[in-house]
Design a protein around this ligand. Structure first.
Ligand SMILES: N[C@@H](CCC(=O)N[C@@H](CS)C(=O)NCC(=O)O)C(=O)O
Length: 203
């Protein structure tokens, strides 16, 4: 498996999952502006969407869309228990979370990264995100992780929450969510992925 990633981007989610899985993998950074990989390849030839995360699977095929990539990785090592077995009701619960994180939270943040978005619009975006954080804060009450035990959905939500400071959203307003963010961030495999991305950023 090979992960194409950009340090700190949403590709951190599968990077965490690879780290949690204990599976061997390769990785390469992508310059998202230039659409070039670190080794100089034209990234659009690898993924015509020009987006990370992008995963080269064991059979050489390219897989895109973070919510799907993390499930592929989890299914490569069921023993790591990163996702319930396919076809079970619990797997649909996981997919319910992954789709919510992708469609509502992840893409909800996008305007906060846009140089073209006005400060007025960004404030509207922050209010929309705040309502979703109210929901997450309530949903996580009494739970360590979204599914009870750690799953790929936590890797994804952690990644998006890590953008809060940049987006000028103070997580302290949601104490349960903040404690959850710190809990996920303290996991050794998560720390390892963060360190690998910091090193890649510095290289
Ligand atoms: N639908 C994709 C979206 C991925 C995405 O938004 N990737 C961003 C980084 S977080 C990206 O590659 N942006 C560069 C671009 O869109 O040109 C997914 O869920 O994986």
């Amino acid at each position: 498996m090979k992960l194409y990633f950009s340090p700190g981007a949403c590709s951190l989610s599968p990077h965490i999952v690879l780290s949690e899985s204990g599976l061997p993998f390769e990785s390469e950074t992508v310059d998202l502006q230039a659409k070039k990989t670190k080794s100089g390849a034209d990234f659009r030839q690898i993924n015509p969407k020009g987006q990370v995360p992008t995963l080269q699977m064991d059979d050489g095929q390219i897989l895109t869309e973070g919510a799907v990539i993390v499930q592929y990785i989890a299914d490569r090592n069921p023993g790591a228990k990163l996702a319930p077995a396919a076809g079970t009701p619990e797997r649909y619960r996981l997919q319910e979370w992954l789709n919510y994180i992708a469609a509502e939270i992840h893409k909800g943040f996008s305007p906060l990264f846009s140089a073209k978005a006005s400060e007025e619009w960004k404030q509207v975006v922050r209010e929309t995100i705040a309502a979703k954080f109210d929901f997450l804060n309530a949903a996580l009450k009494g739970k360590d992780y979204l599914m009870g035990s750690f799953s790929v959905a936590d890797a994804y939500l952690y990644t998006i929450l890590s953008w809060s400071d940049f987006g000028k959203i103070d997580l302290a307003k949601w104490p349960v969510l903040k404690a959850y963010f710190e809990r996920v961030g303290a996991r050794p495999a998560v720390r390892a992925a963060l360190e690998a991305e910091a090193k890649a950023r510095a290289a």
